[in-house]
Design a protein around this ligand. Structure first.
Ligand code: TRP
Length: 352
């Protein structure tokens, strides 16, 4: 993604951020995650918290579970169903309200009308455009796939079908997903000019929170890097991961992200959860060293996760509630997506 495209997307995103507060009903927000496992604090502060906020603002919220997409980069598929349910529990236990009829959570494999849009959409993007997608390129490089399956190359088109099936106009994403939003915009534009105006071109809503660094103090928090605090962590699990976090030998705790990235990141995690300032927290610890800092991080995390754990337990004991909520969501999305598909069929002159 060139920097001019990024700058433009950022400018628009900032304008929309302001407008959201004034006209929440103008927006239909679409977000999605792959069901590859439980979520961690990085997910919470990077995206979940914002979704909860959007829901509270009265904005329509479509939360997609990209179960088909898992097949593009994972050899194993035995846990997709379990991971899907766990994702829903992660969403609801952290604060997404399932009784808000403006919000739905659904796996795309349950929406035939959405998947059918993929067929015409495939003809609107060239093979070389797919091969140039920087995010897909990187995923191919870092994945352990022996061969690149066609699904991997075309999943951004599938993602466009996700978004456009319900004509969502706003997609909260990190920078790495921007090329995919560009594909969705391009497909909307090309469809509209070839067949007639059906789709709105969705915009990215870029997150204000930079990505959350893991307990190694170096890399983005990620389950596969073993540097995460999971939202479902027990107190014992928190103690275990925090104890292993990297620190340094200077006993005087200071917030200095350049020279002391590990210590500073632990301070930032406390700051995010306690909603306090890093420097004030460092001052409180003073000469207490990494030991005191870790103790504080353990207590803060444990307190932060307590109500989430409680809610999780209630949900885990009520799988039927989760299922019914998802079925309601699926009904609603199918109704919307079939309207879109009917219009698409009409505009493509395929009615019988
Ligand atoms: N590609 C996204 C990811 O890897 C998941 C996703 C699929 C998505 N469809 C989407 C995100 C539509 C936003 C909108 O995390």
């Amino acid at each position: 993604m060139d920097s001019a495209t990024f700058q433009k997307a950022l400018e628009i995103s900032n304008k929309i951020s302001d407008d959201l507060k004034v006209s929440p009903t103008k927006y239909r927000v679409f977000t999605g995650d792959r069901p590859t496992g439980n979520l961690h604090l990085g997910h919470y502060f990077g995206s979940l918290k914002n979704r909860i906020k959007l829901q509270k603002m009265g904005i329509e919220l479509y939360i997609l579970i990209a179960d088909y997409q898992v097949l593009t980069d994972h050899e194993s598929f035995d846990k997709i169903s379990q991971n899907t349910k766990e994702l829903v529990i992660d969403y609801l236990s952290t604060g997404i309200n399932p009784n808000d009829d403006k919000t739905c959570i659904f796996p795309h494999s349950y929406i035939p009308e959405l998947n059918q849009l993929l067929v015409p959409f495939l003809t609107l993007i060239s093979v070389s455009e797919l091969e140039r997608n920087p995010t897909v390129k990187e995923e191919i490089q870092t994945s352990k796939l022996k061969t690149v399956n066609a699904g991997m190359l075309v999943y951004p088109i599938h993602q466009a079908a996700d978004i456009l099936s319900v004509n969502a106009n706003l997609v909260p994403v990190g920078k790495d997903q921007l090329p995919h939003i560009e594909v969705a915009r391009l497909i909307a534009k090309r469809f509209n000019s070839k067949f007639g105006k059906v789709f709105v071109e969705p915009h990215a809503l870029l997150s204000a929170t930079p990505s959350i660094v893991g307990l190694d103090g170096q890399q983005k928090m990620s389950k596969s890097r073993n540097n995460s605090i999971m939202l479902k962590a027990t107190r014992e699990e928190i103690i275990s991961v925090v104890s292993k976090a990297k620190t340094d030998s200077d006993k005087h705790i200071t917030f200095d992200p350049i020279n002391r990235p590990e210590i500073s990141n632990l301070l930032s995690l406390v700051a995010l959860m306690a909603e306090r300032d890093e420097i004030a927290i460092a001052d409180d610890i003073g000469n207490g060293g990494a030991k005191k800092l870790k103790e504080l991080l353990i207590e803060t995390t444990d307190n932060f996760l307590k109500p989430i754990r409680q809610k999780r337990k209630e949900l885990e004991n009520n799988p039927e509630f989760i299922k019914q909520f998802m079925l309601r969501s699926i009904d609603k999305v199918r109704e919307e997506a079939s309207k879109t598909l009917n219009t698409v069929r009409k505009f493509m002159n395929m009615e019988i």
